[in-house]
Design a protein around this ligand. Structure first.
Ligand code: KG4
Ligand code: ZN
Length: 348
């Protein structure tokens, strides 16, 4: 008997689980585009004092508190979890201990309720979080900017995805977090630096990295340049604001220049900006201004509440993916470094 089952495009009520990093989130998503409830327990307060996520602590907290989130789901369903049609869960990429907790919870619910179990790739979740509030038309070209990833992905359909380019070193969110830590700002650093950047002037010029591949990114050079300036300890408050403003302007220029190039080559119908860093005010504004250059394309960003990690995004794409059946359910494992290509080969 096959371990995979695909009903094609179906309209399901999916219980989705996302636990790849420091949030434990569960949501109920209908028809792949309507989130009817979501409960997310963030561990930011736990990790803030260390200036970043401590993986061991993250998985322990997931184990300790996931029942609080599950209780909220039960309450919403009047105590009857069998009102859902399927369970979806992030299988990677992410922190292995964190992913494991979500997968165990998903396996248990799907097994007890005898419901299908749908494995989901975290980055695809970010891309399709857009359709929780907007209509998308294929083909898509997505710029994914998060704490762990900076990628451009071309999607012909829900099950056909090609990685066009990615960062060769740090992800954009990671650089925000590391600079913020050097400035003694709270974790995660993105929101704080976003505000500081708005108060400064673009006065610093950074060297552009040389890339062989057309759509590759590199942010370690600008990260070190900014951190070295801060380490001197001689910058006045206004100079720090200018430094952060210049850093942000340079990073946004790099991201959107490469995205524009890819857009002109791949000619998508929809261009998407997503991932935690897509909450950035200036990045959102400059991305939406690109509409004026390409009026025949839609430029979409998820609503702010769906930019960071959340379970609703996992429930969107899950509606269009195959489920694992029978012993495949129990064999489902996490893969912390799961690429989109591996995900397609293994699960689609
Ligand atoms: O997608 P996400 O929630 O988690 C990962 O999958 O990594 O992204 C988190 C990242 C963090 O690095 C955080 O600093 C960054 O998103 N971030 C921002 C902003 N809000 C969150 N970066 C820049 N500007 C923001 N407003
Ligand atoms: Zn994420």
């Amino acid at each position: 008997m096959s371990n995979f089952f695909f009903e094609g495009v179906s309209n399901m009520r999916i219980l989705a689980i996302e636990s790849s990093c420091d949030e434990f989130s569960m949501a109920i998503v209908e028809n792949g585009n309507h989130c009817v409830m979501m409960e997310t327990l963030s561990q930011i307060a736990t990790h803030a004092k260390y200036g970043g996520v401590i993986p061991e602590l993250a998985s322990r907290e997931h184990v300790k508190y996931f029942t609080h989130v599950l209780e909220k789901v039960k309450l919403f369903l009047d105590g009857d979890l069998s009102k859902i049609d399927a369970v979806a869960v992030t299988v990677g990429p992410g922190l292995s201990g964190s992913l494991l907790v979500g997968i165990q919870v998903a396996k248990t619910i799907a097994t007890v309720l005898m419901k299908p179990l749908i494995p989901v790739h975290h980055i695809l979740g970010h891309i399709f979080s857009t359709q929780l509030t907007q209509e998308i038309t294929f083909p898509l070209l997505s710029l994914v900017v998060s704490g762990g990833h900076t990628e451009i992905i071309y999607s012909r359909s829900y099950i056909e995805h090609v990685l066009i380019g990615k960062t060769r070193d740090d992800a954009v969110g990671e650089v925000y977090d590391k600079i913020a830590r050097q400035l003694s700002l709270p974790y995660p650093g993105g929101p704080a630096l976003d505000k500081i950047a708005q108060q400064g002037k673009h006065t610093y010029v950074f060297k552009k990295p040389k890339m062989d591949e057309e759509f590759s990114f590199s942010f370690s050079g600008i990260k070190s340049a900014v951190i070295n300036q801060v380490k001197k300890g001689t910058l006045a408050e206004d100079e720090i604001k200018n430094l952060v403003c210049s850093f942000q302007a340079t990073v946004i220029d790099e991201l959107l220049t490469k995205l524009n190039k890819a857009t002109s080559i791949y000619q998508p119908k929809t261009v998407i900006l997503c991932g935690g860093v897509s909450a950035n005010k200036q990045l959102r504004e400059q991305f939406l201004q690109l509409r004026d250059r390409n009026v025949e394309m839609e430029y979409l960003i998820p609503d702010l509440e769906y930019c960071g990690d959340n379970a609703a995004m996992i429930g969107t794409i899950a509606n269009f993916l195959p489920s694992v059946q029978n012993e495949g359910k129990q064999k489902l494992e996490c893969n912390p470094n799961l690429t989109i290509t591996e995900f397609i080969e293994r699960f689609l």
